[in-house]
Design a protein around this ligand. Structure first.
Ligand code: CP
Length: 315
């Protein structure tokens, strides 16, 4: 594996998931694989799970880890070619990426969207700048449009809990108090579709995701209908793609309840975390026996370790 920025770097997703399940068996016995290698974890945005799980995975592989909060600890960065740098941005990505590549064998970066300029976000300017100028393997720790390590962990979680060969996997929009990116739902959709699951996406009108991520899924505006017979219910808020970054008015109550979950096939509940309790998901469901949220977070180490191991094999 040369890079990990989307499902397109995964090869056969089901095969990669099986490989991850093998890694999980020996997760603490791989410290020879990354000896002498260094990973740089670069954050332009906050993180708990991604930061700690990737760091833990790198330690499990015997790697050295350098964590930099680029948004706080470093120079403000310019990404535009030909920019006249006479304002607050002190360092161009061209210099920074070249420097970082000399210190690290692998670079992983988190770069959220601004949710203002759709073209800027969906062109993945920050991630693509690192891919262009930082000549070492790049791993996405969540970019403007995708969160592949989260989705990989989600697929591992489904694989190790599924009761049927082709589970019905429902991605449902949930309420939130602020506008959130589409990266997690985009990514979850394309990974779940790639596993061959029966994927249904349900959301209020106005919250359609970019079609490039949802081809092969059924879009259903009636949440009850979508939930009927579901084996997995992935709960997530996102803002509008069409009216970019907006939160169009919603009719009906989209907060999942125990009554709604009764429509499912004893459906398991998933969420990438962090979750706002009793805004996005109620206590009873988060704390209930069908909640997989802690298992998903645990599998973040397995996903990261599998990816880093496969990249290390190419160095
Ligand atoms: N799910 C996830 O990526 O969590 P963090 O934002 O805390 O890393």
């Amino acid at each position: 594996m040369k890079q990990f920025i989307s499902v397109h770097d995964a090869g056969d997703v089901n095969q990669l998931v099986q490989e991850a399940l093998s890694v999980k068996q020996t997760v603490n016995h791989q410290s020879h694989l990354g000896k002498g290698k260094t990973i740089g974890l670069l954050f332009l945005n906050p993180s708990l799970r991604t930061r700690m799980s990737t760091q833990r995975a790198a330690y499990n592989l015997g790697m050295n880890v350098m964590v930099v909060n680029l948004d706080k600890d470093s120079w403000q960065m310019e990404f535009e070619d030909g920019a006249i740098m006479n304002s607050t941005k002190s360092e161009h990505i061209k210099e920074a990426a070249g420097v970082i590549a000399q210190y690290c064998d692998i670079v992983a970066i988190r770069c959220f969207p601004g949710l203002v300029d759709r073209d800027w976000d969906y062109d993945e300017i920050v991630l693509n700048s690192f891919l262009k100028y930082c000549k070492v393997p790049i791993v996405s720790l969540e970019s403007a449009t995708r969160h592949p390590l989260q989705s990989f962990a989600d697929m591992i979680t489904i694989a190790e809990t599924q009761q049927v060969a082709k589970p019905k996997v429902v991605l449902t929009w949930a309420p939130h108090i602020k506008a959130l990116p589409q990266a997690v739902p985009n990514s979850f959709a394309e990974w779940a579709i790639a596993t061959g699951a029966a994927v249904v996406i349900t959301h209020p009108e106005g919250y359609e995701l970019d079609g490039q991520f949802t081809e092969g899924a059924t879009i259903e505006y009636n949440q009850d209908k979508a939930l009927t017979g579901a084996d997995y219910v992935y709960v997530k808020n996102w803002s509008s793609f069409a009216d970019y970054g907006a939160m169009p008015e919603v009719t009906g109550d989209w907060l999942l309840t125990e009554e709604k979950m009764a429509l499912t096939n004893n459906g398991k509940i998933m969420h990438c975390l962090p979750v706002r309790r009793n805004v996005e998901l109620i206590d009873a469901l988060l704390d209930g026996p069908n909640s997989l949220v802690q298992r998903q977070a645990g599998n973040r180490v397995v996903a990261a370790q599998t990816v880093l191991k496969k990249i290390l094999e190419t160095l």
